[in-house]
Ligand binder design. Structure first.
Ligand SMILES: [Ca+2]
Ligand SMILES: [Ca+2]
Length: 463
């Protein structure tokens, strides 16, 4: 997803474009329109001043006394817009639920809209984009930044590109006026020119192990493009550069699909690029997709040519992964750790909110054992059963442990028991206090019965 690539990639993009002499990247310019609302006469056919088929949310928090209607004298695009007159409450409008709102999850989506506010003190206006499944249940919600105060000019708000959930079937736009701690009793908000577009998706990389290549082995680079519109000329460009920025090789692939191909649901076009063996080193792979000559999507990955490391039974170096292992599979995690030459790996094992679940955690522990990497269980993120007792969202391990063993001992014991066959070393929090450790190690805490294990003061292996 483009938005997640970060500033490092933007720098790469700048140098890449300079080298290629290409047009600037603008995913909005090359996206095709899915939805558009401008609150003009055609969107109020029954002439009641309310945009047709929009749904206004009702309820105690969404009072009916807040006036909203089409303003025929103020528009960012053309003449009209949707105006809300604030009066001490919350307002939400959702765009129509019709065939126009259907989405195809093989595309990425972008949103652009315009807001103007006057005399807002505490309240704010924002716009959301929600993806719903076929039962009209919300799967994802993306929200723009909030706009408050007084703006003489219209403010542009954007979302994306975002990747819809695979089960997404509909997209809805939400216009929101949200009160602050003290709701504003007066003020105006205008919404106009709300637009959703879609664009293809480009994924580079494939199996992570392809990024660690032995000398004399050929290089295999995989790309996958989905969401291609029929009858439109696309072109995929890829290049490989070495650590000095020298281009090793490049290729381009014209892409044009027929309506028949496009009608196949979830059409994905794989591309495989085989390169001859390369010398030791780190290599960058850049890809971009053009639509009718306009640059619209970028992708970036890398690979290294090296000898594989041999697992060792002893070692002092380790990594700490306090937020888990992200999208890596258990075997990928173990492979990377073994190639990193480490012997210890800290993993969060207390949180029952791990996306992966206990069976995946056990797979991770098995894979690590195969590579002779010793896991250390981090008791750093308390599980929901503990955090819900605090009545707030953000609860740290230190908040829990300062309450004393009676409060947390059963929960900690459960985690220790669950993974006791594979994990002998545990750490409380990121950097636990000596007082708590002293309590535990003196037998006042719950860890003592696990005699073969150790509880670490934590920071020796880094954080
Ligand atoms: Ca308008
Ligand atoms: Ca109407």
């Amino acid at each position: 997803m483009l938005s997640s690539l970060g500033s490092a990639v933007l720098l790469l993009v700048a140098s890449f474009l300079a080298a290629e002499g290409d047009a600037p990247l603008d995913p909005f310019a090359a996206a095709s329109e899915v939805l558009k609302y401008s609150f003009e006469e055609s969107e109020d056919q029954n002439v009641d001043g309310i945009p047709d088929d929009w749904t206004r949310r009702r309820g105690a928090e969404f009072p009916a006394y807040i006036r909203s209607e089409i303003d025929v004298n103020a528009g960012h695009e053309s003449l009209q817009s949707l105006r809300v007159r604030l009066n001490g409450g919350r307002l939400t409008y959702y765009s129509p639920f019709n065939n126009g709102a259907r989405v195809d999850s093989s595309f990425n989506y972008v949103f652009r809209g315009w807001v103007r506010t006057e005399r807002l003190q505490n309240d704010a206006a924002m716009i959301s984009v929600s993806f719903l499944n076929h039962r009209k249940e919300r799967l994802q919600r993306f929200v723009t930044r909030a706009v408050t105060g007084t703006h003489r000019d219209w403010v542009r708000l954007e979302i994306g590109p975002v990747e819809p959930h695979p089960d997404a079937r509909f997209v809805l736009i939400g216009c929101h006026c949200v009160p602050g701690a003290e709701p504003d009793l007066k003020g105006d908000v205008w919404f106009d020119d709300l637009w959703v577009g879609r664009l293809p998706r480009l994924k580079l990389g494939g199996d992570l192990k392809n990024r660690y290549v032995r000398p004399q082995s050929p290089i295999s680079i995989n790309a996958e493009v989905s969401g291609i519109e029929p009858g439109v000329s696309f072109e995929l460009f890829m290049s490989v550069t070495d650590i000095n920025g020298k281009v090793i090789d490049r290729r381009n692939e014209p892409i044009m699909i027929s309506s028949e191909q496009a009608s196949r649901e979830k059409l994905k076009l794989p591309f495989r690029w085989e390169l001859p063996a390369q010398p030791y080193g780190h290599y960058q792979v850049l890809a971009h997709l053009d639509r009718n000559g306009k640059l619209m999507l970028l992708g970036e990955t890398s690979f290294a040519v090296l000898e594989y490391a041999t697992p060792r039974s002893k070692g002092e170096f380790g990594w700490s992964l306090p937020r888990g292992w992200g999208e890596l599979t258990p075997s990928e995690l173990a492979f990377i750790a073994s190639q990193g030459g480490i012997h210890w790996l800290k993993l969060p094992l207390w949180d029952d909110d791990l996306k992966s679940g206990p069976s995946v955690v056990n797979d991770v522990l098995d894979e690590l054992a195969d590579k002779a990497i010793v896991p250390i269980g981090l008791l750093n993120k308390p599980p929901v059963a503990i955090t819900k007792q605090f009545g707030r969202d953000s609860v740290k391990a230190s908040d829990v442990f300062t309450l004393g063993p009676d409060f947390w001992s059963s929960s900690v014991l459960a985690a220790l028991t669950k993974y006791s066959a594979s994990v002998e070393h545990w750490q409380l929090g990121a950097c636990p206090s000596r007082l708590i450790l002293a309590d535990i190690l003196s037998g006042r805490g719950p860890v003592r019965p696990f005699g073969r294990g150790t509880v670490s003061a934590g920071c020796a292996l880094g954080r």
